[in-house]
Design a protein around this ligand. Structure first.
Ligand SMILES: Nc1ncnc2c1ncn2[C@@H]1O[C@H](COP(=O)(O)OP(=O)(O)OP(=O)(O)O)[C@@H](O)[C@H]1O
Ligand SMILES: Nc1nc2c(ncn2[C@@H]2O[C@H](COP(=O)(O)O)[C@@H](O)[C@H]2O)c(=O)[nH]1
Length: 205
């Protein structure tokens, strides 16, 4: 069976990664979301195992020691990481997996999965980014300022991504990402068909 595509969606805090991912998952039910582990405190309404696996620092360190994370990073005072086993098993079953992660982690994934599809979600402007993160009302002013500073650093790393998508309107951004996924499937299918043809030709020779 052919492996699924690994899709990595990054972008600054508040750009709309979570919102876009959740709409995408409704539109494309075959897309599997990787639930991350974090040491961050749950926000109101967040459910363990659905939004994140909420861990203590000790539990998180233990996951690192057991090599249970595909990647991990420290972001604005908390740790975040992608459980490795779930991603490996889901890709092996032929399903596409989407990771919604920050930039340091995405670059680590790129070293391990260069064949992944790396998408950077951009805000229409920095002012709009700030309005979105403030409007969400989940962080205090200090954390918002820290996240905004990190956002500018993250945006300077956009060159390592395969695609940049502006999240001006949620549906439009989802549509762009769906087009990228469709195109990447075609590219992969053509590549695999080419490999098969080469094998057949060399067996005949
Ligand atoms: N295209 C959009 N237009 C206007 N508001 C948006 C758009 N996309 C998302 N938002 C809003 O912006 C806020 C931040 O969105 P979201 O939580 O999805 O961002 P995020 O990138 O996942 O953030 P974080 O990295 O901090 O988890 C939310 O209140 C969401 O409703
Ligand atoms: N490197 C990783 N980054 C992750 C992971 N899961 C989420 N994130 C990113 O962290 C920031 C902050 O998230 P928040 O929920 O506290 O707002 C954001 O950019 C997420 O995309 C992960 O497994 N690894």
């Amino acid at each position: 069976m052919n492996k699924g595509l690994l899709i990595v969606l990054s972008g600054p805090s508040g750009v709309g990664k979570g919102t876009v991912c959740s709409v995408l998952r409704h539109k494309q039910s075959d897309l599997v979301y990787s639930v991350s582990a974090t040491t961050r405190t749950p926000r109101q309404g967040e459910i363990d195992g659905i939004n994140y696996f909420f861990k203590t620092r000790e539990q998180f360190q233990d996951m690192i020691a057991r090599d249970a994370l595909l990647e991990h990073a420290e972001y604005v005072g908390n740790f975040y990481g992608t459980p490795r086993d779930f991603v490996d098993r889901t890709l092996a079953s032929g399903k596409d997996v989407i990771l919604e992660i920050e930039v340091q982690g995405a670059l680590k994934v790129k070293e391990k999965f260069p064949e992944g599809v790396f998408i950077f979600l951009l805000p229409p402007s920095l002012d709009e980014l700030k309005q979105r993160i403030v409007g969400r009302g989940t962080e205090n002013a200090e954390v918002i300022n820290h996240r905004m500073t990190v956002a500018e650093q993250e945006m300077s790393l956009i060159r390592y991504y395969d695609y940049a998508v502006v999240n001006d309107e949620i549906d439009a951004a989802c549509h762009r990402i769906q087009s990228i996924i469709t195109a990447e499937h075609c590219r992969k299918d053509r590549f695999l068909a080419g490999l098969e043809e080469m094998q057949t030709t060399s067996e005949k020779a």
